[in-house]
Ligand binder design. Structure first.
Ligand SMILES: [Ca+2]
Length: 352
């Protein structure tokens, strides 16, 4: 083969290589969603109202699936542990019909005992201790399963009660309970029907934390706040997510607040629908807020979307901190929970 032919082949090969890389690059760029600036979205959120919330369209099936038949299919979490796919951009390019998802009950606690008993230690564990919890909280969290004198968490009359009490342990002037589910889930709908404590000082929460800190310590591996309420501002319910990019430490957390009437005298259903690209927050099956990271960045990473790993559920009543100074003559305040139900969709499980 003569030298000129060799040079031609070499040049043509290099040209092809250049074309291929250019094509790959431009294809990737064109598939990315349009960038929306964070500031404009923030403005939308802070000025938005709940005038026309969207109703959870398949709520009927949720209220009718509570049968013993479906309960016997309760899952083992091992079958739900993810094989997380590495994506160029997280929370993008998932293809599913949000209005056609079938949800199956995979975990629940109905707290059905009529006589006073302890919460199931198979389903729940206690996080104990005092010292403020990094938020200047005043309570000491007890473990009723190892000391039955502590009744901060109890089941009876068909309900779980988490009661904060004026009761001294060490330097802590109040006691309470913080219960974590032993199971964790990746994606799904989590329903908690609850009646909240009232009055200054109380800070009940229904929220989720990562089973493993895959992306580092708080807030990098994420936090999902299904419901927070502080007794200094009754009937204002907060939904939030925290991540490395968005968290209250740097004042960037993504939050939505709405008014829910009679939170401490009536039960309400607090829910999230956690999907591979968004988290939707509901009260009484009405959608109030959606966190979708692509509203803020075109190509989310774990900094905006660490929510692709299993999370567990936490139920607690804190005293002090964001809840403020407890009101005078505080004796005790209770969060009453009728049930916790966790549903997952086979369609979502299959694509994740
Ligand atoms: Ca119940």
């Amino acid at each position: 083969m003569n030298k000129i032919l060799v040079l031609y082949i070499l040049a043509f090969t290099l040209f092809l290589g250049a074309c291929t890389s250019t094509l790959t690059q431009s294809t990737l760029l064109t598939t990315e969603p349009t960038t929306t600036s964070a500031s404009s979205v923030d403005t939308t959120f802070t000025s938005s109202t709940t005038a026309s919330p969207t109703t959870w369209t398949t709520s009927t099936s949720f209220t009718t699936t509570n049968t013993t038949t479906s309960f016997t299919t309760a899952n083992t979490t091992t079958s739900l542990l993810p094989t997380t796919t590495t994506r160029l951009c997280k929370a993008t390019n998932y293809d599913y019909d949000i209005n056609a998802l079938n949800y199956e009950l995979v975990w629940f606690d109905e707290f059905n005992s009529l006589t006073a008993t302890q919460p199931s230690i198979i389903k729940w564990r206690y996080q104990t201790g005092g010292g403020g919890w990094g938020n200047e909280e005043l309570q000491f969290y007890t473990d009723p399963s190892i000391n039955s004198n502590h009744t901060n968490a109890q089941v009876g009359n068909g309900f779980l009660t988490i009661t904060a009490k004026k009761e001294t342990i060490g330097t802590n002037l109040y006691t309470s309970a913080r219960m974590n589910s032993n199971a964790s889930w990746l994606y799904g709908r989590i329903d908690v029907r609850a009646k909240l404590p009232q009055g200054a000082g109380t800070w009940p929460a229904i929220w989720m934390m990562p089973q493993h800190s895959a992306y580092g310590s708080w807030p990098n591996s994420g936090e999902i706040d299904i419901m927070e309420h502080v007794g200094t501002n009754m009937n204002r319910v907060h939904f939030s997510i925290h991540s490395q990019a968005y968290n209250h430490k740097i004042g960037t957390q993504k939050t939505y607040v709405t008014t829910v009437p009679n939170v401490s005298t009536e039960f309400h259903l607090y829910s999230v629908e956690w999907l591979p690209d968004q988290i939707r927050f509901f009260v009484d099956n009405v959608l109030y807020w959606t966190y979708r990271p692509t509203n803020f960045v075109s190509c989310p990473t774990e900094e905006q979307w660490p929510f692709d790993r299993p999370f567990y559920l936490i139920l607690n009543v804190a005293i002090g901190g964001w809840g403020g100074t407890p009101y005078a003559n505080f004796v005790q305040e209770t969060m009453t929970i009728d049930y916790v139900r966790v549903y997952q969709s086979p369609v979502i499980t299959a694509i994740s």
